[in-house]
Design a protein around this ligand. Sequence first.
Ligand code: FE
Length: 206
Amino acid sequence: MSGDHHGHHPEPESPAALRARAIESLLVEKGLISTDAIDLIVRAYEQDIGPMNGARVVAKAWTDSAYKDRLLTDGTDAIAELGYGGNQGAEIVVLENTATVHNVVVCTLCSCYPWPVLGLPPSWYKSAPYRSRVVREPRSVLREFGLELGPEVEVRVWDSTAEVRYMVLPERPAGAESLSEPELAALVTRDAMIGVVKVQAPALAR
Ligand code: FE
């Protein structure tokens, strides 16, 4: 990968980001909004609002094999079919997890992430330990997330860039045969689409 892939990283913050930061400090300073409230909003985009787009994509792929083929062939186009996109031209590549191949996503240099389908990255995704360790010792890192993979499973680690972002298509869990597409989407978690956990069977899901 050329250094150019992460050309966005060393650049100064965009005027919009600087403005947002200035407004945030002003609101906090004037007592109009607390940092806790801002954290709550960010957490909603990390955990609920953003990842629901990806969960709908996964549920559709699980129930429509023609859609799944399109998704694995051209992720950006298939995701746009559901109305998600507009990510500054970045391409989204979807990786299928199977009984013998487990994909996990990282951005080793910064925090590139498929925003249109997953929203904002969680803080651990941006942390230096995750970014370095998942490449060197993916099985240990996955174990810490509670995912123990057998020796028969090949682990593939994918390094995101400004141009190519990855999303994992998790395995459809057993015991979910009778569920509707929205019910399936409700089982899919953000972490499963990053590839650090599996989607749990309905009885085990929260
Ligand atoms: Fe990055």
